[in-house]
Design a protein around this ligand. Structure first.
Ligand code: AMP
Length: 293
């Protein structure tokens, strides 16, 4: 399954991707996570991306596209993927379309997560991420005990919850503006391609997952190309056996000439053999007579 989760910051793309990843056994590919990892590692890519991320703006297309090209070519993405936070504008969507065509991995669906703006702000301000495993929790929507109920999958210790630096009020306002201006047009882009599904992404996390799963399982599965029926193979084999009859007239005549020539040679040889044989038999008989005398 190859899908895109499309929605503004705080619509639950990350949370739903993680749940879907576990159910469908396909990787979640989040450009936000990849960029944050690049910033944390201090790589050149991270240094270039940092300022845009801190200001709530989009990172340069060339950097994001280079990163996504590499990631989609990795082995685990062959089974499918969930794109979270990518594409974010038309240039990226068109580049993705070309890349997936080259990789022969067409998208199955683009699911738009719809959430009211006031709810988005509430969710973003309560969002906390585990610094070690990256799992997302929300202190304003889910119970605090949830993060304490199970240990971090990376350290085995309790989760170390941190607030993302760009989840502050001023940056959130800019991120929502950027979404409206650059990302929202993708809804039409994918609708035109018949790939768009929209779900209500408000309510309990599990309920939204249910809606998402229902939308995905309602998709027409791409049918595997039918195996060639035995029926269509048989006549070919039969035809192969009948080939001499079907051979062109000239070929049949040539074959008949060879048969006649071979038969004539055999007759001639047999006749010669009879003569020679007769002589030999005569000679042998004669010598036998001489010997008996
Ligand atoms: P996210 O975690 O998806 O909310 O992304 C956090 C930040 O990373 C965004 O506000 C952007 O600055 C940057 N970012 C993530 N994905 C992209 C993308 N596809 N194109 C450009 N910038 C991105």
């Amino acid at each position: 399954m190859r899908i895109i989760l499309l929605g503004p910051p705080g619509s639950g793309k990350g949370t739903q991707s993680q749940r879907l990843m576990q159910r469908e056994h396909i990787p979640q590919i989040s450009t936000g996570d990849l960029l944050r990892a690049a910033v944390a590692s201090g790589s050149e890519l991270g240094r270039k991306a940092k300022a845009a991320m801190e200001g709530g703006r989009l990172v340069e297309d060339a950097l994001v596209l280079g990163m996504i090209r590499e990631r989609l070519r990795e082995d685990d993405a062959r089974a499918g993927f969930i794109l979270d936070g990518f594409p974010r504008n038309l240039t990226q969507a068109q580049a993705l379309e070309r890349l997936l065509k080259t990789l022969r991995q067409p998208l199955d669906a683009v699911v738009q997560l719809e959430v009211d703006n006031a709810e988005l702000v509430r969710r973003i301000s309560g969002r906390r991420t585990c610094a070690d495993c990256g799992r997302v929790f929300n202190v304003s929507t889910s119970k605090a005990e949830l993060s304490e109920s199970e240990p971090c999958s990376t350290t085995g210790l309790p989760h170390r919850l941190i607030q993302r630096p760009d989840d502050n009020e001023a940056t959130v306002a800019e991120r929502l503006r950027v979404y409206e201006e650059k990302t929202r047009p993708l809804i039409e882009f994918y609708r035109e391609r018949g790939l768009l599904q929209t779900i209500d992404a408000e309510g309990e996390v599990a309920e939204v997952t249910e809606r998402l799963e229902r939308a995905l399982h309602a998709l027409p599965r791409v049918a595997a190309p039918p195996r060639r029926a035995a029926k269509s193979r048989k006549p070919r084999r039969a035809a192969a056996r009948r080939l001499p009859k079907r051979a062109p007239a000239a070929k049949r005549k040539r074959a008949a000439r060879v048969v006649r020539a071979t038969a004539a040679t055999r007759v001639a040889r047999a006749a010669a053999g009879r003569v020679r044989g007769g002589q030999r038999r005569t000679r042998r008989r004669g010598s036998a007579r001489r010997g008996r005398r």
